[in-house]
Design a protein around this ligand. Structure first.
Ligand code: MLT
Length: 242
């Protein structure tokens, strides 16, 4: 099995993706938020790139909720922001949410060439990795791509740390794993900070940006591991529970 990691979504190459199963990671916060929304009973999430596209979908179907952020904050006229803590059962159960975020929703779209696309986060990494390993072995898939969303089209530390956790799970459980250099680097970094990711992330850009905006609780939430059981897949333009 080959594990190939992309440092941000603009780096993704379709020739690698097309034969692989992909895990898309926007740890802070888009994929963590979507996973939590689905685990709290949202029917589905439709990721879109633009605010105007989201508003158009709402005009076509009044029952959808609009969620997402620009600059980390709720978009004017939207129902929900991009904080996982806003996606409580009572707010989203049975609903379809149209979401647009700066990097995460774009990364999902960019991964479209992959054979299957899963959402990754610390909050459900173990279940997601287990599911991917089972399916890749069953269907003889020999590449897993880890697509880090990045921040503002650049490498971002939190996504790489989470990528390293996925690499750790794959390495422990799959025979003959080949890691490209970024997968290897993410694993080394993850192992160093696996017991307290805050220790390194407190020096990083997006973590501090969210902290300044008052989203400390989101940071705690998104850095907790494996308390969510559901595996989420992006398929036919919608994120749903597998
Ligand atoms: C994004 O998609 O860029 C992020 O999820 C931004 C955020 O933390 O709200």
């Amino acid at each position: 099995m080959k594990i190939i990691t992309f440092s941000h979504y603009k780096e993704v190459t379709d020739d690698v993706l097309k034969d692989s199963y992909a895990v898309v990671i926007d740890l802070l916060r888009a994929t963590s938020t979507m996973i939590w929304a689905i685990s709290n009973g949202a029917k589905g999430i439709i990721p879109v790139e633009d605010i105007s596209e989201a508003r158009l979908l709402k005009r076509l179907d009044e029952s959808v909720l609009l969620g997402g952020e620009r600059g980390g904050l709720k978009i004017e006229g939207f129902d929900l922001d991009n904080s996982p803590l806003s996606y409580k059962k009572e707010a989203i159960f049975g609903k379809t949410v149209v979401m647009t975020t700066t990097n995460g929703t774009r990364a999902l779209k960019k991964a479209s060439f992959a054979k299957r696309i899963f959402l990754g986060s610390f909050i459900n990494a173990k279940k997601t990795a287990e599911y991917i390993m089972k399916e890749t072995l069953h269907y003889n898939i020999d590449t897993i791509s880890i697509v880090c969303a990045g921040t503002e089209e650049k490498f971002t530390l939190e996504d790489i740390l989470c990528a390293g956790y996925f690499v750790d799970l794959f390495k422990k459980n799959l025979p003959d794993v080949f890691l490209d250099d970024l997968s290897l680097a993410s694993h080394v970094l993850y192992k160093k900070f696996e017991n307290d990711p805050h220790e390194i992330l407190k020096y990083s850009y997006h973590y501090n940006h969210l902290k300044k905006l008052g989203f400390e609780a989101d940071l705690e939430f998104c850095l907790r591991k494996d308390f969510v059981d559901c595996v989420c897949e992006y398929k036919n333009l919608v994120v749903e529970k597998v």
